[in-house]
Design a protein around this ligand. Structure first.
Ligand code: ADP
Length: 477
């Protein structure tokens, strides 16, 4: 089997490799991917540092052309790359193709942004002096990504980093190197100069840690767990380095008595269970007012009965497998915790056997949960949802906000008054009205508050906040 290698200083290198396993069929090896070392990482950082002066001064047309080419190739290969994604991560083929299209759109968006770089010219408070405010690239950006969006998250970090003139050392999650390798290959062939984008696949404890430890990494953008996020933060503060963190969520979806039942059930089923609940924006807490509670539980349970859990590549599958054995154990441990805490298992909770050996788990709904239970406070990151009954809107809002996280929050209601009040008073970075908490646009800011995020927003033009440093220049006329 070919080994997909790391890209360091424009050369494909590495002979030690790890198997990329399909969670829908653990007999299938998706590919062999290089296992980078701390030394590889240091070489990649040195290459990115050496490439920075020229790339930071490169023309905006050159950046535009490369980003556009990458976006076009990803779109042209959406079915093939979508299949690779579905095989390595386990989300369903339609979800995986959708994510691939999104990655392409992100490259298209930042190809456009490269042509719209601008500053401000402002008169000084002193006579005969002009003030210019511009954005400089940061330098070498370390990109560390998780496994749940194997193509979209790398795209939304790599595209702006390049657009604003930075060079990159990119470390994808161990479980899903395939899509990352593919987009690095696409960008390399699109004409990026040597060393501008370096790929080091390998372990977080080696490759990721070597990035955290390097004084030559000027910025780190990280999406992953809260624990690793904290390490990124403390190492970055030590190096006086800019950093951006996207971590967990325990996103609430409030359902009020006046909700359109069908809309509420659709939104809850989608954001609670699709993509196997493995989205940081998943609705893992359903907060439902008394008047609609029983009807909503009955309708949601009926809906869950219709969802097919099976091989991600199979037509008709709604929910693919859990990503790996470790995550499956976390999910089943939390199901046990929920039972012991006294929540009622209203649906699911069992492992499923399918034609191909994989990590199949039923969508699992706990009702009669309280917001203080561990299943309602801690991020599970699986298809396991707590449903909490509340008296009225005021209690629903207070419960929604009573969480260490603050990424996304939703409300299902036909009341303009409550929708407006919720948008204003939700303590989340993203608020959805009559929509799933997951599923966001690619051209507007993404990010959260409290324990979910740290630093500037990602995506859209707001991405410039992280990937650039503002310079104020004064000139005597
Ligand atoms: P998850 O539990 O979702 O895998 P992690 O935070 O462990 O979340 O992983 C997110 C990313 O962080 C992965 O690319 C992983 O390899 C990387 N990572 C893990 N440990 C470290 C570390 N000590 N330093 C830097 N990166 C790390």
């Amino acid at each position: 089997m070919t080994i997909y290698q790391n890209l360091i200083a424009g050369e494909w290198v590495g002979s030690d490799a790890t198997k990329n396993i399909n969670p829908s069929d653990t007999n299938e090896v998706v590919g062999l991917y290089a296992d980078g070392t701390a030394e590889d990482t240091r070489n990649a950082i040195a290459a990115a540092k050496a490439a920075f002066p020229a790339w930071s001064r490169s023309g905006i047309w050159e950046r535009h052309v490369i980003l556009k080419k990458a976006g076009d190739e990803i779109m042209a290969r959406k079915d093939e790359l979508g299949a690779l994604l579905a095989r390595e991560e386990g989300k369903t083929l339609p979800e995986a193709i959708g994510e691939t299209i999104r990655a392409s759109q992100i490259f298209e968006f930042f190809a456009g942004e490269a042509l719209r770089l601008a500053g401000e010219v402002i008169p000084s408070v002193r006579p005969n002096i002009g003030v210019e405010i511009t954005r400089d690239p940061l330098g070498v950006i370390g990109i560390i990504t998780p496994w749940n969006f194997p193509i979209a998250i790398p795209a939304w970090k790599i595209a702006p980093a390049l657009c604003y003139g930075n060079t990159i050392v990119f470390k994808p999650a161990e479980l899903v190197p395939g899509c990352s390798w593919a987009i690095v290959d696409i960008l390399h062939r699109a004409g990026l100069p040597k060393g501008v984008l370096n790929l080091v696949m390998g372990k977080g404890s080696l490759v990721g840690q070597a990035m955290l430890d390097s004084p030559d990494v000027t910025g780190i953008t990280f999406t992953g767990s809260t624990g690793t996020g904290r390490r990124v933060a403390s190492a970055s503060i030590e190096h006086n380095r800019k950093f951006q963190l996207e971590m967990g969520g325990k996103n609430p979806m409030v359902v009020l008595d006046d909700a359109d039942l069908a809309v509420a059930v659709e939104a809850a089923a989608n954001s609670g269970f699709f993509s196997t609940g493995q989205r940081c924006t998943a609705s893992s807490r359903l907060i439902v007012t008394e008047g609609i509670h029983d009807k909503f539980v009955a309708a949601l349970t009926e809906k869950l009965k219709t969802l097919v859990v099976d091989n991600a590549m199979k037509t008709g599958t709604h929910i693919g497998p859990v990503v790996d054995e470790k995550q499956l154990k976390t999910d089943t441990d939390y199901i046990e915790i929920g039972r012991k805490e006294g929540a009622k298992l209203a649906f699911g909770g069992e492992l499923i056997t399918r034609e191909t050996p994989g990590f199949y788990l039923q969508p699992t709904l706990f009702t009669e949960a309280t917001n203080q239970m561990r299943i309602s406070r801690e991020e599970i990151f699986g298809p396991v949802v707590s449903l909490i009954r509340v008296k009225d809107y005021e209690e629903a809002l207070a419960t929604a906000n009573d969480t260490p996280f603050g990424l996304s929050a939703g409300i299902a209601t036909t009341s303009l008054k409550h929708a407006t009040h919720f948008k204003r008073n939700s303590e989340a970075g993203m608020v959805m009205v009559n929509l799933p908490t997951a599923g966001v646009d690619f051209h507007v800011p993404f990010g959260g508050r409290k324990g979910s995020s740290y630093g500037p927003r990602e995506q859209g033009k707001y991405a410039a906040e992280f990937y650039t440093s503002v310079k104020t220049a004064y000139t005597l006329a």
